[in-house]
Design a protein around this ligand. Sequence first.
Ligand code: ADP
Ligand code: MG
Length: 299
Amino acid sequence: MEEVVSIEKATKKFKDKTAVDELSCSIQRGEVVAILGPNGAGKSTTILMMLGLLEPTEGKVEIFRMDPKEKAVREKIGAMLQEVSVIDTLTVKEIIQLFRSYYATPMDFEELVALTGLKKEEMKKRADKLSGGQKRRLGFALALAGDPDLLFFDEPTVGMDITARKRFWDTVKALKEKGKTIIFTTHYLQEADDVAERILLFHKGKVVADGTPHAIKNRLTKQSVSFIENSEVPLDEIRSLAIVSDVYVKNNRVIVVTEQTDDVLAYLFEKRLGVKGIEIEKGRLDEAFEQLTKNKEAI
Ligand SMILES: Nc1ncnc2c1ncn2[C@@H]1O[C@H](COP(=O)(O)OP(=O)(O)O)[C@@H](O)[C@H]1O
Ligand SMILES: [Mg+2]
């Protein structure tokens, strides 16, 4: 394994506001990592520190085992940030060519255009005449211009319509196939779940969960078996089972919270409790996300 990003107890303070709080993480070559979290969690600040555009107040951030400001690092990374500022008086094509000229081995121009979905007529447009979605595509093209090994996207799909969004993620998946390391932020859980193989969940400047979408989901989502309330069912006995984490009654239904729904069902049938209207609820990742970011003790 080759460590591409190493962050050790990095803290970033803006006056007395702590945006990133003793954050540590390590990212290996070829990983696709989603930094997920609500607004203000410190996602962008962390990206800016990895890009060397912000200095940590304390702690250490290294990219390819070097200071992010090193030229050797800059040549191997590309970024699409939340705020795109480009030279407004140039056309899209001119800006792309300019960016390509900064790199020793830029991406082939035609390939770049094909990957980012920029259209012929858009290439002739001046940057200040672009729509929000077109600006995003240009930003994407500029991130890829140097054919970098490591890519950062900060909330890349904001302002994109559904088609553009799908195209963007398809391209990201193709880049992943080429072995690129990709780090992106989002507050859309679905995007993290669909595209990333690892999620770093941020909350108040800290990583509160780190794992595959599947692992995070399994660890955090609650599942339940529910049935119509019935005076013959011994709620206390069910509550005392090791596989059951909670039992409560809601809208005339008994809800049995558990991680092992099959075992709870087996118990109910074995005891011949004659329960009716059985429903199984599988935990949802968006609920887990809400739970996590509301309540840190949940982890
Ligand atoms: N330049 C800045 N000056 C002061 N406070 C900032 C600055 N940048 C970010 N912050 C604050 O730091 C916190 C984290 O911000 P940010 O990293 O942008 O979060 P996210 O990208 O997760 O929404 C927020 O409370 C934000 O207001
Ligand atoms: Mg942000």
